[in-house]
Ligand binder design. Structure first.
Ligand code: HEM
Ligand SMILES: [Ca+2]
Ligand SMILES: [Ca+2]
Length: 300
């Protein structure tokens, strides 16, 4: 069972230490906060919130980070910074899965988003689920029905799915994930002026995947977790196919319209959905372990 303040006896300063580290890292590299938010999705939706995402590839184990779905993920080295601060205070006590959850919670606040009350007590997996990452994480051009059913399977309804995708109100998309909507012809659901702008950002129809060319998700408030994402969708400026589809499907459009009009409603729904995501199928009690180094299972 997850509970509020799980570390109140075993490591009373744990939550404060995570918040301090997240804040410090944010002022050094603002995009770390963006990464903590994406990590929550990529860890929790794959098997559960168990830090399986953070394992490195070592003899026989392939890292989930090596999956194509993890393309563009960054700042993993700073997870180790947070974990080290915790190990210095209370060795082998605070799980990497809780670091994923709480760093996302505090990152969301740094990005101007809501403060979400999250429980703790998650344990860390002893294995990577790299081989099934693509079953759990949708692709950028998947159909809306498959995206909705993926989130439905972890208890997030259509309204919550629209809200959680509001995470794409911050951060960036690399050209490899965009050119399909620009070349050889422009996707008719994309605003023509915005398409010209995106072509300027991504001039090559077949970009080198190693190239660092990208466009910002939200040109208006790229570092704020706010409802500009939905305003952009309504003006046909969604970047990924999955984003734009939210505004064309009659089952999701009413939520897009309501979130575009009301940032508080977006924040409420985003909090509700992020909480469900953060509580998806955790390991608790005697299950799993508390990794000493988030990149490797403990030596036995
Ligand atoms: C249907 C579901 C989703 C799909 C297909 C998807 C796909 C993607 C793709 C393709 C990128 C761009 C990667 C790149 O080119 O660098 C991206 C970025 C991002 N995604 Fe998602 N995503 C989904 C849902 C979510 C959710 C639920 C969250 C968080 C709760 C999230 C958070 C982010 C963030 C923060 C970024 C920006 C990362 C950065 O700038 O470093 N995404 N996503
Ligand atoms: Ca996981
Ligand atoms: Ca924004």
């Amino acid at each position: 069972e997850l509970q509020l303040n799980y570390y109140s006896n075993s490591c009373p300063k744990a939550e404060e230490i995570i918040k301090q580290e997240v804040t410090k890292l944010y002022y050094e590299h603002g995009n770390t906060a963006v990464s903590w938010l994406r990590n929550l999705f990529h860890d929790c939706i794959v098997q559960g919130c168990d830090a399986s995402l953070l394992l490195e590839s070592v003899n026989g184990t392939e890292s989930e980070k090596a999956s194509g779905r993890s393309f563009g993920m960054r700042n993993f080295k700073y997870v180790n910074t947070i974990k080290k601060a915790l190990e210095d205070e209370c060795p082998s006590t605070v799980s990497c899965a809780d670091v994923v959850a709480l760093s996302a919670r505090d990152g969301i606040v740094m990005l101007g988003g809501p403060r979400i009350e999250m429980k703790t007590g998650r344990k860390d997996s002893k294995e990577s689920y790299a081989s099934v990452v693509e079953e759990f994480i949708p692709n950028h051009n998947d159909s809306i029905s498959s995206v909705l059913s993926r989130f439905q399977s972890i208890g997030i309804d259509a309204e919550g799915t629209v809200a959680i995708l509001g995470a794409h109100s911050v951060g960036r998309v690399h050209c490899v994930n965009l050119v399909g909507r620009l070349y050889p012809t422009v996707d008719p659901t994309l605003d023509p002026d915005h398409a010209e702008y995106l072509k300027g950002r991504c001039p090559n129809p077949t970009p080198d995947p190693k190239a660092v060319l990208y466009a910002r998700n939200d040109r208006e408030t790229p570092m704020l977790l706010d409802n500009y994402y939905y305003k952009n969708l309504l003006s046909h400026k969604g970047l990924l196919t999955v984003d734009q589809e939210l505004a064309s499907d009659p089952g999701t459009l009413p939520f897009v319209e309501k979130m575009a009009a009301d940032n508080d409603y977006f924040s409420e729904q985003f909090s509700r959905a992020a909480l469900l995501l953060s509580e998806n199928n955790p390991l608790t009690g005697d299950q799993g372990e508390v990794r000493k180094d988030c990149r490797y299972v403990n030596a036995s």
